[in-house]
Design a protein around this ligand. Structure first.
Ligand SMILES: [Zn+2]
Length: 457
């Protein structure tokens, strides 16, 4: 391994990236490996420098931002630090997509260098934006930094357990296979998860003994539950969960099956590597060299450790700038130093998608944790999904077994009335299975009421 890691880093990956037409990942990764140990003050200074450069650039080259700044009487000299960002409006995917393709793109870049990207997020509407090879390389560097943070190194075997395989050489079967072989990567498809397929996956994991397993939280949780039922173990030193909420119950089940104390939550979205948990498991470090994070409620920044919406500024992307972009997730910011020694600030709580929260009729925010904790105690309920159809109209879909009783029924209604107030209307619907979202995820919560508090334009 000692020679294989530098071979991959210095020879195979740079050559492969060139061949596949990607930007250079390794120089960015080496930068992030060093800067994560800088002091918070140094990292803030880096953010301020990058912000000044970004604002000067978008003022010059992005019609949308030139207009917004002119309307507000702003010039680039009004932006000295990230504190000055509040002078600009908060935008969301509707603003970006409605200004796609021309108004919100970098006109200093030739069209031939722009790559169209779309992400589905948690709702059916898609975000459309431009990216570049360089931007993609930086994204991969950000991702590899997290993998290294949880203990993996290039050359060590790893598994991904996802709907679609991740491959640099898309559509080039032979090169793709070579890439996986060199990187010692194996993919488990999350498309179909019958008991027989899962048993086969467990055998593969036990045999290959990967150093890292990366998966949607709900998928690996489901696999872990089946393994725990059968008393199966596959020791893996690091698990990275992505894509959706990781509740304490889910974490406990995954740890039991795979990795005691080594489950790390990773947070990304809309083409950005946002944050990841280090070995301290005390919040998620922000990819702060690239992203500046604000936590906002009703358009205003909130105090540290207070929950609010995640508003991101990508300090490097200009093809489509993401400046004060409300990604419609809910988290809290912890500026305190982490015991691991990294200077990167942390998200202290990550409550998931805005749509994974309910706002009750009296304005309280309920999170998915409360419901998963409750249903884990109702043994006859195998799966649940709560849908807020109106502020005061709640549909609870349940998959139950034959032991489900009238007492369980009453207990669920009583608990929901306790959480959300007796004035709400609750309906229980018994279903054979919880449907997947269009992106293949299983959602605990769907609020048809919250569509984000929107942009401040
Ligand atoms: Zn840390």
């Amino acid at each position: 391994m000692s020679l294989y890691t530098p071979f991959l880093r210095r020879v195979a990956i740079p050559a492969g990236a060139r061949l596949a037409g990607y930007g250079e990942v390794m120089p960015y990764l080496r930068g992030l490996e060093a800067s994560q140990w800088w002091s918070p003050a140094q990292i803030q200074e880096l953010q301020n420098q990058k912000l000044r450069r970004l604002i000067a650039h978008v003022y010059q080259h992005v019609p949308f931002y030139r207009q917004v700044m002119q309307e507000r009487g702003l010039t680039p000299s009004d932006f000295r630090s990230t504190d000055d960002l509040v002078k600009l409006p908060i935008v969301d995917k509707y603003v970006l997509t409605s200004n796609y393709p021309d108004a919100i793109r970098d006109h200093s870049l030739p069209r031939s260098r722009l790559i169209h990207a779309a992400s589905s997020g948690s709702t059916a509407e898609r975000l459309h934006y431009w990216t570049t090879k360089t931007q993609k390389a930086k994204k991969w560097a950000g991702l590899f930094r997290w993998w290294e943070m949880v203990g993996w190194a290039f050359g060590q075997p790893y598994f991904t357990f996802q709907l679609a395989p991740n491959q640099g050489f898309k559509g080039w079967k032979l090169f793709g296979e070579l890439e996986w072989r060199l990187l010692r990567h194996q993919w488990l498809s999350a498309q179909e998860m019958t008991d027989a397929i899962l048993a086969h996956y467990v055998a593969r994991l036990q045999q290959a003994r990967p150093r890292l397993l990366r998966s949607y939280a709900a998928t690996v949780y489901y696999l872990a539950l089946r393994m725990n039922e059968q008393g199966l173990h596959a020791p893996i030193p690091a698990i990275l969960t992505t894509g959706e909420m990781l509740t304490p119950d889910m974490r406990a089940a995954i740890e039991q099956a795979f990795a005691p104390g080594r489950v790390h939550n990773e947070y990304g979205g809309d083409g950005m590597q946002i944050a990841c948990e280090c070995g301290q498991h005390a919040g998620l470090h922000i990819n702060a060299e690239t992203l500046f994070v604000e936590i906002v409620r009703e358009g205003r920044r909130v105090a540290p450790n207070e929950l609010g919406e995640v508003v991101l500024t990508n300090l490097e992307a200009t093809a489509t700038p993401f400046i004060r972009y409300n990604i419609q997730d809910v988290a809290a910011l912890d500026p305190a130093a982490c015991a691991c020694g990294r200077g990167l600030p942390r998200l202290s709580r990550l409550e998931g998608r805005l749509t994974d929260l309910f706002v009750t009729a009296d304005g309280h925010w309920l999170t998915v944790h409360q419901f998963t904790a409750f249903f884990s105690k109702v043994l006859s309920v195998k799966a649940f999904q709560v849908i807020q159809r109106q502020v005061d109209d709640i549909l609870i879909r349940l998959v139950v077994d034959e032991s489900f009783s009238a007492a369980d029924h009453q207990r669920i209604l009583d608990t929901f009335r306790g959480y959300m107030g007796p004035e709400n209307h609750f309906e229980l619907a018994f279903v054979a299975e919880i449907p997947l979202t269009p992106t293949g995820k299983r959602r605990f919560f769907i609020s048809e009421v919250i569509a984000g508090t929107g942009n401040t334009l």
